[in-house]
Ligand binder design. Structure first.
Ligand code: FES
Ligand SMILES: [Fe+2]
Length: 477
């Protein structure tokens, strides 16, 4: 059952899939605060195992230190070499490939060849940059910024489910591919079943009727559930699942945790797919695939597990390739499109995703141009100037851009990033009327100054705020 009964507006415009500014905004606001599934614990099973990857323009090295997983920037503090360029391997020590500096599990240096040549020692600048790393089931996640929610808080309601990646399910394969398209092209394709008859005529054949399709739409994630069709391949699969000692539900689930972590599952497999932007019109799509092992330990169960693993992996890769065949064409069409686009009810998860992008990837030039008028709102704020002065009270006037969505309340987007969005400052009250408009007095509110940028409504001026008091205009900041 779909949530919406009428078609929806395509909220993102073609330029959102091509512009450098939008790409930068998404990196900063959507991806840097996020946790990213990048590997499995099995990839780093033994002490000394490591792997490297490029994640959001950042070279990463993941390593097992006596059972503890650590993630570092793969850049040496000595003279900037990558510590290693090998995609994976195992070493006794974490050692830079260039001059052989060695590092401990907290990122501090261990042995340094000819260490006396570096006296006096600059301890602070000789440490590897560390990143947060955590696991959910067998999945290893990395986060590139400090602080923020823990992995458990980030994954939220999907935690229990994603913990099942591991246990009865075993890692079968990981594959990745670069595509010449914006990352949202890949993600939006995964969010709808509408393309199935055209793109997967032999693997999936047809999309399920609405009566066999359930959508769940939330701000953090969206889900799609359908019951498997009653056909020979399904019955065969269910027989194997039972022989491996597991329960059959017959459910297919697909969930996307915004912005990009995509889990899908049948009784026979678990899959984690994740698309990472590598530029405005390029991305890397990684798939980590698990198949059912079950809990039975006998020769038949082993043979069935091996057979299931090889067939399911083959089908998974085939579906991945089928979807991959259309991304380039969508991106090329995007670059030349005069249309606004439209979203059908079967594609309503795309709409929720686009709304999420609009509401969260925001910044000055980064803010998508939305339809609707500009409106003002204001807030009074007091600034303590210290000394004997009475607090300075000012009214901060904000500009909002209203985006009219067809089926919901009006959404207001502040016309600028959080610390740079004040359109006007009105001085209401100050300690001394005579000095009230001079630079020293207004300095405490200087952080609300606007950036020098062309404005859309002619009210902002670079480095110049108009202060108004009792009808009198004056004074530069
Ligand atoms: S650059 Fe790494 S040891 Fe010199
Ligand atoms: Fe598909």
């Amino acid at each position: 059952m779909f949530v919406h009964q009428h078609h929806l507006r395509h909220l993102l415009r073609p330029e959102h899939y091509t512009s450098e500014a939008q790409y930068r905004a998404e990196l900063r606001h959507l991806f840097l605060p996020a946790w990213h599934p990048v590997a499995t614990a099995g990839d780093l099973r033994r002490p000394g195992d490591f792997l490297t990857l490029d994640l959001l323009e950042t070279p990463i090295l993941l390593r097992n230190f006596d059972g503890q997983l650590r993630a570092f920037l793969n850049v040496c503090p000595h003279r900037h070499s990558k510590l290693t360029e090998k995609p994976r391997g195992r070493t006794e020590q974490l050692r830079c490939q260039y001059h052989g500096w060695e590092f401990q599990e907290d990122g501090r240096t261990a042995r340094i060849p000819d260490a006396k040549a570096f006296r006096p020692w600059d301890r602070e600048n000789a440490c590897l940059r560390r990143f947060q790393v955590a696991t959910c089931g067998e999945l290893v996640f990395v986060k590139l910024t400090d602080g923020g929610p823990s992995l458990r808080e980030w994954v939220g309601p999907l935690w229990e489910l994603w913990q099942s990646y591991g246990g009865a399910y075993r890692h079968a394969a990981t594959w990745a591919k670069d595509f010449p398209c914006n990352w949202k092209v890949v993600l939006e394709n995964s969010l709808e079943s509408y393309h199935i008859p055209q793109v997967h005529p032999h693997t999936f054949k047809d999309f399920p009727p609405e009566t066999n399709a359930w959508h769940e739409l939330t701000e953090r994630f969206t889900s799609f559930k359908t019951m498997e069709p009653d056909e020979f391949a399904t019955r065969m699969q269910h027989w194997i699942v039972r022989r491996l000692g597991e329960k059959v539900t017959g459910e297919y689930w697909h969930r996307v945790l915004h912005p990009h972590a995509t889990g899908s599952s049948l009784d026979s497999f678990r899959m984690m797919q994740c698309v990472f932007p590598t530029g405005p019109t390029t991305c890397r799509y990684r798939c980590i695939f698990f198949t059912l092992r079950g809990h039975r330990r006998n020769p038949l169960a082993w043979a069935l597990y091996r057979g299931l693993r090889s067939v399911a992996t083959m089908v998974g890769k085939k579906v991945f390739a089928e979807d991959g065949s259309i991304y380039r064409g969508v991106q090329q069409g995007m670059a030349a499109s005069p249309h606004r686009g439209v979203i059908g009810t079967r594609e309503e998860r795309v709409y929720v995703f686009q709304k999420y992008v609009l509401e969260n990837a925001r910044g000055a030039q980064e803010l998508p141009v939305a339809d609707g008028e500009l409106v003002e709102s204001s807030r009074t704020q007091a600034f303590d100037l210290g000394g004997d002065s009475r607090p300075l009270r000012v009214r901060l006037v904000f500009l909002h851009r209203l985006l009219h969505l067809p089926d919901g309340p009006l959404h207001a987007y502040e016309d600028g990033p959080a610390d740079d969005r004040v359109a006007d400052v009105q001085l209401l009250d100050a300690g001394d009327p005579d000095d009230g408009l001079h630079v020293p007095v207004v300095q405490p509110v200087a952080h609300v100054d606007v950036k020098p940028e062309p404005d859309r409504v002619g009210r902002r001026r670079p480095q110049l705020l108009q202060l108004r008091r009792q009808g009198r205009r004056a004074d530069r900041l």
